[in-house]
Design a binder for this molecule. Structure first.
Ligand code: SF4
Length: 205
């Protein structure tokens, strides 16, 4: 079992294989070599090298929003998808406008597209925010399929919920990046809870 999250050695970063722990993934040479070949595939290689050069060029200077737009431009995308939460409609519009300003066509699909009531897919009525009423479910699979139908070359998520985002990613035919992840409590900054995990959030996690 691999436990990099609890490793203090980080021999991988310092290129010191002699110091690697017994269960270090670097010891799995077969898989490491297999993956190296994967990066050699032309489409994957271009995607990876472009994102890695971007990391260098904007390091500690460009916010993720700029990185995202810049990445789309460098990849030469002409049509990009935006899968967003209805609660972040204003944010989605800012992102769409910025992409368009940079010459990219934007197809956007809101989470509530489809207008299917939560009860139709088995969500218990007492788990609706307003039980007894029609409540449109989030529909990440439809969001993905709408963008697939429009043949977007790359998709960006804005504020999708935990799990809904996973389904969107699974069903999206194009590669996906998350610009904003949903955290209703921390202004969409889930890292805040991590930074305070031993303090203010100790009893809330
Ligand atoms: S790859 Fe090896 S050295 Fe690097 S964090 Fe994981 S266990 Fe530690």
């Amino acid at each position: 079992m691999y436990t990099c999250a609890n490793c203090n050695i980080h021999a991988c970063r310092e290129a010191e294989p002699e110091n690697m722990p017994k269960n270090c993934p670097i010891r799995n040479k077969e898989l490491v070599e297999e993956v190296k070949e994967e990066y050699g595939k032309p489409e994957i290689n271009r995607f990876f090298v472009t994102s890695s050069v971007l990391e260098h060029d904007g390091y500690c200077q460009w916010p993720r929003l700029k990185e995202t737009v810049e990445f789309c431009k460098r990849m030469g995308y002409k049509k990009v998808g935006l899968a967003f939460c209805i609660g972040l409609s204003k944010e989605a519009r800012v992102v769409a406008d910025l992409l368009r300003k940079n010459g990219i066509e934007v197809v956007s699909a809101v989470c509530k597209s489809g207008d299917i009531d939560k009860s139709e897919v088995g969500i218990p009525d007492d788990k609706k925010l307003k039980p007894g009423q029609h409540e449109t479910m989030c529909n990440p699979i439809l969001q993905a399929k709408l963008l697939n139908e429009q043949k977007t070359e790359f998709n960006i998520t804005v504020g999708l919920c935990v799990g809904h985002d996973s389904l969107f990613i699974r069903y999206s035919e194009a590669m996906v990046t998350a610009l904003i992840v949903k955290d209703r409590v921390l202004a969409h900054n889930p890292a805040g809870a991590i930074y305070c995990a031993e303090g203010y959030f100790k009893n809330r996690l």
